[in-house]
Design a protein around this ligand. Structure first.
Ligand SMILES: Nc1nc2c(ncn2[C@@H]2O[C@H](COP(=O)(O)OP(=O)(O)OP(=O)(O)O)[C@@H](O)[C@H]2O)c(=O)[nH]1
Length: 338
């Protein structure tokens, strides 16, 4: 598990990496069996093709464990595997049963490459295999029987359509899942996990100085106590919207929990961060949250911290911003410190 996480895989990549290794082991194993069978039958050219595919599978097995180019290697291997299968189909010495492999081409391609590349690969190899089938067995009674033709076409079309639809809904479910895992459900802002990921990315790209604002609403408990938790929630959503309005596209606003928010500002020196923090504090102060017949108003305290080097851990930066926020609270609230 840890070695998979080390590669920085998404959920889909993690599954595909595991599936690809199963496919490589299976094709290498069956490849050895077919090499032996074809050697015994004296089909040396076909045997050579199988040796090449099996050798590639064995060589790729350790590479697949941690390569960051998973998609490229998978596509390369499937092109080699499907080309080898196509060669076996063309060879007059092979039996009609070899065409059984064509039926699983769409399933394997979609599971390993996703909708687009899986579709492209099948779009090339399945019609090619069908053409070879007609060329080799066109005069066979099998193909002059409409029932047999209908069966073959239906099974192939089902294999293609089912894998395509399955992959489409799997990809959609994964997108929804990762959005949920990175978003605060109440406000729609980023959550702490997303903050950690973005911070690591920004530090890696050296988008310095990286400023961080920590914003905490003042006396928010009073809103909850006086008007109820639902109203408190509505206020938190309004605050989140107000914060986002002040930001650039490259900035990231998150809710750390409760009534505590944080904003990540890449390539923002201290003076600029301070200006933005004051603007945000003003915006919260003038915000009017309508609740039944009363207008609720509140203020926010903000602490600032700036990272000038790429080696500062997020925890340290948050801690410095939190200390300044604490001072802002002590100094009377509704102010920016740092
Ligand atoms: N409505 C709502 N309230 C929350 C949520 N999470 C935390 N709270 C409330 O936020 C309040 C935070 O109160 P305190 O930590 O005492 O802070 P405060 O009243 O804002 O006072 P200061 O921060 O000292 O200015 C508590 O009443 C929590 O119950 C939430 O998701 N929704």
């Amino acid at each position: 598990m840890s070695e998979l996480i080390d590669t920085g895989d998404t959920l889909a990549q993690r599954h595909r990496r595991a599936l690809m290794r199963v496919l490589l082991v299976c094709t290498a194993l069956f490849g050895c069996i077919f090499i032996a069978l074809n050697f015994a039958a004296g089909k040396y050219l076909l045997m050579s093709v199988e040796i090449a595919v099996t050798g590639f599978a064995l060589w790729l097995l350790p590479v697949m464990k941690r390569t960051p180019n998973l998609q490229r290697w998978t596509l390369s291997y499937l092109i080699v595997l499907y080309s080898g299968t196509t060669y076996a189909l063309v060879t007059p010495a092979t039996s009609v049963s070899v065409f059984g492999w064509v039926l699983i081409m769409p399933v394997v391609a979609h599971l390993l490459l996703g909708r687009f590349w899986g579709g492209v690969l099948c779009g090339v190899f399945v019609p090619l295999s069908a053409a070879i089938f007609v060329w080799r067995f066109g005069s066979d009674p099998l193909l002059t029987n409409p029932g047999s033709v209908a069966n073959i076409v239906t099974v192939t079309a089902c294999s293609y359509l089912l894998s395509h639809v399955y992959e489409a809904s799997r990809a959609e479910a994964e997108t929804q899942l990762s959005t949920m895992a990175l978003t605060d459900s109440l406000t729609g802002l980023a959550n702490r996990s997303q903050l950690e990921q973005s911070y690591a990315r920004l530090m890696m790209a050296k988008r310095l100085p990286l400023s961080l604002l920590m914003l905490d609403l003042d006396y928010f408990k009073r809103i909850n106590d006086a008007h109820g938790h639902d109203t408190g929630d509505a206020v938190l959503r309004a605050i989140a919207k107000t914060m986002v309005k002040q930001l650039r596209r490259s900035d990231l606003a998150c809710r750390l929990g409760g009534e505590e928010f944080c904003v990540l500002l890449p390539e923002t020196p201290h003076a600029e961060a301070r200006q933005l923090a004051e603007r945000m504090r003003d915006a919260v102060e003038v915000l009017e949250c309508q609740h039944r017949h009363t207008v609720l108003r509140l203020t926010a305290s903000i602490g600032i911290a700036v990272a000038d080097t790429a080696d500062e851990p997020l925890e340290a930066l948050l801690h410095r911003a939190d200390e300044n926020l604490y001072r802002a609270k002590l100094d009377g609230r509704n102010r920016v410190v740092g």
